[in-house]
Design a protein around this ligand. Sequence first.
Ligand code: FAD
Length: 469
Amino acid sequence: MMNPKSNLNADPQAGNRGRVLSDKSLDELRHSLAGTVIDPAAPEYDTARRGFNALINRRPAVIARCKNADDIAVAFDFTRAHNLEIAVRGGGHNPAGHYVCDGGLVIDLSLMRNVEVNPEARIARAQGGATWLDFDSATQAFGLVTPGGVVVSTGVVGLSLGGGIGHLTAQYGLTCDHIIGADVITPDGTLVHADADENADLLWGLRGGGGNFGVVTQVAFRLHPLQEVIGGRLLYRGAGVREALLRYRDVVERSPRDLSCQVSLALDESLVPILEINPCYTGPDANPETLRMLRSVPGLIQDEVRNLPFLDQQRVIDTAYGENRHYWKGHFVRELPDELLDELLRRLVALDRPPGGIMIESLHGAPKDADAPAGAAGFRHAAFNVSALAVWRDPSRDSEQIHWARETALAVEPWSFSGGGYINYMQADEPIERVRAAFGAETFDRLQKLKQRYDPHNILHRNQNIPPR
Ligand SMILES: Cc1cc2nc3c(=O)[nH]c(=O)nc-3n(C[C@H](O)[C@H](O)[C@H](O)COP(=O)(O)OP(=O)(O)OC[C@H]3O[C@@H](n4cnc5c(N)ncnc54)[C@H](O)[C@@H]3O)c2cc1C
């Protein structure tokens, strides 16, 4: 069991890196699984062990591509019998690389991506490995949505369990607020169902507490009718960037319920600041005042805001998969005063080269409506999420880039909402105090008791870990 003072995310079993399982053990696993087994000799091993973040380079002893709940229970049994560490892989986008471990077993859910929609009940049921593209394609066929992430290759369950901020946050709230039920295989192999009537405390923990309690085989979400939005991107460059940032802050601080909006601050190839605003408006107005205010700032160099089918809005933001090295660090903040925005602009200049930057997500509107005891997510009352995203290719720049992200987060800290960061964006080296602060002491305490019930030996520790009580 882990030492509660430390955070096991930081490569606890790095010594197992070269661990090799015998052919007999691998055959045993192959015969027990309906899915497939990928060992280090398999041609697809290198692709299967890699994920979004090229900084993560771990070599598991085996990857179990599970096909169903029974396979997941078999994989847990196998790790117990062979004393292997476990990682769970959904969409493989976690920046900390929680989807893979050295020398252990990866429960890979990429064969479990089915999404079923009940349009009358406005409910969608997604399997544990579905991506947002799988989900949005299935629900949009009926003109329905749940607020998800902004990059469609991200995993539905991984994102939802950590909270979920995206293009429809102001309108409908956090993704995890829409989870109404789930089937979970706990590390002892038991299938547990959670909904409002059965194991309601587990449902509460799944709404923001991360992948700490078991492997979710299926999750049910509430849906809303929506097909068209006004969205896309506005791009500002040079001297106008500061004014555009202030305008963005002023627009969303009025809490328009029909406008979600996030921004990315970066430098272009000539090292001139650029700002991309990604609005998503769903109200009745063809030319809403909020968008007119954003568009009227001098320095706007590109206006690609227009009527879009929701599926196209979900493709506005994209990013290379598996090519860049990433190190992200940030804070939820109480406010976004001019002083902080100026500090962010100064930090941007210190970054020196693209493609990294600073992302600001607004949490105005519907996240504030949810009944606090309904879910574990602890950040809904913050005003914004500010994240330094260091992104680079050359390994020789690792320490310089990581340093930049850490220093930028430090500069944001005086405005921090709780001292915690967003668990979905955290790296593996975050101290447990930051994870606790992300939830608040009372919620963290309750999550620890839940962890004690469902995973008392902390088998699932490759996540932003909640050690059992
Ligand atoms: C390009 C990119 C865009 C992103 N955009 C957004 C965004 O718009 N909004 C937002 O809120 N976040 C966003 N994120 C963060 C993302 O939500 C988290 O990194 C999340 O952990 C990714 O889930 P995944 O399944 O893709 O990742 P994985 O790395 O496969 O999984 C991460 C962890 O989630 C848990 N997990 C995943 N599936 C299951 C399951 N079925 N059962 C139990 N546990 C599971 C496990 O602990 C696993 O280790 C983004 C990340 C990236 C890289």
